[in-house]
Design a protein around this ligand. Structure first.
Ligand SMILES: Cc1cc2nc3c(=O)[nH]c(=O)nc-3n(C[C@H](O)[C@H](O)[C@H](O)COP(=O)(O)OP(=O)(O)OC[C@H]3O[C@@H](n4cnc5c(N)ncnc54)[C@H](O)[C@@H]3O)c2cc1C
Length: 459
């Protein structure tokens, strides 16, 4: 086998903050991945999928990064049971393209289809169906991975379960996932029967959410600029895969409005000058989007793409924030009062979030570094306003911690070590497993170093 070609290039997550100079290789096969690992010259290593985590989870400034995008082969599929074996660089979108026409769908999908299966396991992603289906890791039957000893190890719920559960949501810090066995689920059509409902405030959101348990998928857009009586107003979307008959009614739904507006914002290149995406324009966008939806309930049958992946239609929308990049703040809190407090802080601040999404999780909690647990999750994108934004986020951290909640590491670029430990009480148990499999701390990341997950002195 020829020598691995390593190249140094700028690399960032989806938030484009931070940006690092990374030493990377892009192996084309599993043997080439093992070979590259052998040729790391004693450096630390990290796998990087499609860089759709927002902050520094997929970055390693001092070490080597293995880009997994060419590990993209489908290996086996059982047409009867829906059990799939594929390499870790295959994307959710590719799985849907290949298996939806055969009547199978991916059990848990995030808000974009451009994520790898390895990244979906690394962040143990959640979808709009957490209450019904749990997380991505709940549907993984087996992982073949490259561990720190340089050996390939298979793990699953019944085989090396310690390694398996430390890898699910383990942010790439237990090894490189090479291939995966994933259980797909059967669907009758590619369409979604959807209802969207405008709500006037947070109480109405919780009321609709409580009576939506029959819907497999739920998510809401929320206006986080509005304060007072209408604080927490928004649009609730709930849906299920349509039967073959219902799918015949497929037509454009109200989600199209969001896409068109977002596309117009991007087309107006002015945003790239960093000047215009401010509280005033975000307020205007929110007003227009909220009022675009009539009061009450709308029924429609829509394609799965605008329902699950509305922003994928807007290419490179993360560039809307210009050079400064942006930060996402996604948290989950068991107590509703904390959601109210968080919205109050944001609406009173001079900073606004362009995209804000709210939903309620079910009660499945995998512990370790895995994010979802029972409660309400809120995800907010903020232009990088610098020090005032970081200060506000620290204030939000206090509210989250006090309420027994946590923030999503896959979206984080700035959480402190101390706060992380309070939010994730299972971290020491996770670290003990990781240290058993990687005593020499071969696998590292900038996030892992920041949070004290990979250095010898951290415990
Ligand atoms: C528009 C948008 C919407 C999103 N919506 C959601 C959502 O609804 N729910 C949700 O949970 N997340 C969501 N995300 C976050 C995204 O799903 C996760 O960050 C996902 O992990 C990204 O996959 P990736 O292939 O880009 O991985 P990367 O960002 O490259 O890596 C993520 C982590 O996984 C590790 N990793 C990647 N590949 C491997 C591998 N082969 N072996 C071992 N470790 C690996 C990396 O080291 C890193 O720690 C969203 C992101 C975007 C941009």
């Amino acid at each position: 086998m020829t020598t691995t070609s390593w190249a140094t290039k700028p690399l960032a997550g989806w938030g484009r903050y931070p940006v690092i100079d990374a030493t990377c290789a892009r192996p084309e096969s599993q043997p080439q991945t093992l070979h590259a690992f052998d040729e790391r010259h004693g450096d630390a290593v990290l796998a990087h999928g499609f860089g759709r985590s927002y902050g520094d989870a997929s970055l390693l400034s001092q070490g080597r990064i293995l880009l997994t995008t060419r590990l993209d082969k489908m290996l086996a599929f059982d047409e009867v049971t829906g059990l799939l074996r594929c390499e870790s660089g295959v994307t959710i979108g590719e799985l849907i393209d290949v298996f939806l026409p055969r009547g199978w769908f991916v059990p848990v999908v995030p808000g974009t289809q451009f994520v790898s299966v390895g990244g979906a396991i690394g962040c143990n992603i959640h979808g709009k169906n957490h209450g019904h289906a749990g997380c991505f890791g709940d549907h993984v039957r087996r992982i073949d991975m490259l561990t720190a000893s340089g050996e390939m190890v298979s793990c699953g719920p019944d085989e090396h379960p310690d390694l398996f559960w430390a890898t699910v949501g383990g942010m790439g810090l237990t090894g490189v996932i090479l291939s995966v066995e994933l259980q797909l689920y059967p669907v009758e059509s590619a369409a979604i029967e959807m209802e969207s409902i405008r709500f006037n405030n947070l109480d109405e959101f919780f009321a609709i959410s409580a009576e939506s348990s029959d819907y497999f998928h739920t998510v809401s857009w929320i206006d986080c600029v509005k304060g007072g009586e209408q604080m927490g107003r928004g649009i609730f979307m709930r849906g299920r895969h349509a039967s073959a008959d219902a799918a015949a009614e497929l037509r454009e739904g109200p989600l199209q409005a969001l896409l068109e507006r977002a596309q117009r914002l991007l087309d107006g290149r002015a945003f790239q000058s960093n000047q215009l995406l401010n509280r005033a324009t975000i307020r205007l966008f929110n007003e227009a989007y909220y009022h675009k939806h009539p009061a009450g309930e709308l029924h429609s049958v829509v394609g799965y793409q605008p329902f699950f992946f509305p922003l994928d239609a807007v290419e490179n929308w993360n560039y809307i924030y210009g050079e400064r990049g942006f930060l996402q703040y996604q948290m989950v809190v068991p107590e509703r009062e904390a959601v109210r407090e968080i919205l109050k802080v944001i609406s009173k601040s001079k900073m606004a979030s362009f995209l804000a999404v709210i939903k309620e999780f079910g009660d499945r909690d995998h512990g370790g570094l895995s994010f979802p647990c029972a409660g309400t999750t809120l995800a907010l994108d903020f232009p990088n306003f610098g020090a005032p934004l970081l200060a506000m986020m620290e204030r939000l951290d206090d509210i989250v911690v006090e309420a027994g909640g946590r923030i999503y590491l896959g979206k984080d670029a700035r959480l402190s070590r101390e706060m992380f430990r309070r939010m994730y009480p299972g971290w020491e148990e996770w670290k003990a497993v990781r240290d058993r499999w990687d005593p020499d701390r071969v696998f590292q990341s900038d996030l892992g170093l920041r949070l004290g997950l990979v250095d010898a002195t951290a415990a």
